[in-house]
Design a protein around this ligand. Sequence first.
Ligand code: AMX
Length: 458
Amino acid sequence: SLDLKSTMVNLIPKRRAELLEIRKNYQNLKVDDITIGSIIGGMRGNRSLLWQSTSLDPETGIKFQGYTIQECQDLLPSVSNKGKKENFLPESILWLLMTGEIPTQQQADNLSKELATRGTKLPEYTIKIMNDLPKNMHPMTQLAIGLASMNKSSIFGEKYQEGSIGKNDFWEYIFEDVLNLIAALPQLTGKIYSNITNNGEPLGKFNENKDWSYNICSLLGMTNSNDSLNTCNFNDSQSNDFINLMRLYTGIHVDHEGGNVSAHTTHLVGSALSDPYLSYSSGIMGLAGPLHGLAAQEVVRFLIQMNKEISSPNNEAEIEEYLWKTLNSNKVIPGYGHAVLRRPDPRFTAMLDFVKARPTEFSNDPNVTLMKNLSDITPKVLLEHGKTKNPFPNVDSASGILFYHYGLKELLFFTVIFGCSRSMGPLTQLVWDRIYGLPIERPKSLDIQQIKNICKKT
Ligand code: AMX
C-alpha cells in the first residue's frame, strides 16, 4: 500500500498475534535482576521496557529497526530532486520506525505530502496562546505549552469522551493525532523562533509542496527562497545545504531507545491514555533538562570560549592544555562520553561527514575547525585522564556548532529542533503501545526502611 495507515493496518494482526504468543508462553520468564544499585541509581541498564523501533548497541550505536545510520543513508529515500542525492527524509525514517520496512520513494513522498497537508495551519486557539506568551519565555516552555494546547483538537480525546471506541481501535485515533502533531511541528517551531527573534512576526511561509524539514527551515526564515521572508544571506548552495543539514539532524535524532527521559516520559504519560499532545508535551519538558537535550548548547559555549583563549583552533598543544585545565578544575568535556555507547557516536560521524563533504563552506569557521580537531585530541586526553568509560565524541559535540555556523545563534532554541525530531520515535511507540493494548505503567516503589529490610536479609 502507498499510504502509511493502510500499511499499518496490514501489519497489525500478525504483530498482535506475535505478542500474544510471547505473553502466553513466556509470561514468567526472568529477564534481569533488579539490584539495590539500580533502584537508587536511576534504573540504569534494567531491561524492563518494550520498545520496538530503535535499539542502542554499545559498539555500533543506534539502529533504526535494525538499520545503522549508514544503511539508512544508503537505503532510505531522500527528496526526489532530479537525480541529485540529498539527505534522506525524516519522513522516510518515520515510515521505517512505524512499519519496520524501508519505504519506496513513492511511499516516502506520499507521507511527506500527507504531513504537509495536515500541517498547513495551527489551530486558531494555539496561535492565540503562542501570540500571548512572553516573547522571552524559554523556547522549550513555549513548545510544551503549544503542544499541550493542541490537545483541544485531539481526535482520540474526543472519541474517548464520547465513549464510542473500543480498546482495539484506540490506536487508529492515536495514529491520527500523532500524524497531526508531527505535521504541526514546523509551524509551531517557526512561531517560537519568530517569538524569540522577531517579536512574533512571521519569518517565513509554509509551503505545502515541500518536505517537513524544508518547512522548518523556511519558517525559521532560513532559506533563500521566497518562502523565507527575512533577508537571509544564503546563496543557493548554502540554502540547500542548510535544508539538508536539517534533514540529517532531524533524521538521526528521532529516537535513541526507550529509556531516555523524553521517550520514557512520553510512553509513561501515554500509558494513562493521555492523548499524544499531552504525552509528548510531557516528553518535551524532560528534553528541556540540561542532562538530556541541552548538551549541544554547552558544546557551543565551550568551543567559543576555548577559541577565545587559544591562539589558533589548530594549535594542538594549547588545545590539550585547555582540556587538562578543564578536567583539573573538575569539569566535564562537553560532547564526550556516553552512558551506553562505547565508540564514537555514529550520529557524530554522520555530522562530521556532512562537514567533510563541504570543505569550502567550513574551512574558515574556527569553531567548526576546533570541533573537528577536538575529535582527534580529546579521546587521547580523556584516555590518559582515565575516568570516562567512553572517551569518544557524542552527537552533541557537532550538532549545535553546525546550526551556529549557518546563523542560528539562539542556543536555547536548538533543543526545539531536537524536539521536532524526537517526536517521531516516542510517538511511533505510542501508536504501537495502543496497538498492543499495553497497560498503564505502574512500577512498585520502596521506601528506605523497605530497602534496609531487604539489605538485612542478605
Ligand atoms: N569529561 C570528563 N569526565 C567525564 C566525561 C567527560 N566528557 N564523561 C564521563 N566522565 C567522568 C564522569 O564524570 C565520571 O566521573 P566520576 O567517577 O568522578 O563521577 C566517570 O568519568 C565515569 O563516567 P561514565 O560512566 O563514563 O559516564 P556516565 O555514564 O556516568 O555519564 C555522560 C555519561 C554523557 C553524562 C558523561 O559522559 C558526561 O557528562 N559527558 C559530558 C556531557 C555530554 O556530552 N552530555 C551529552 C550526552 C549525550 C546525550 O545523551 N545527549
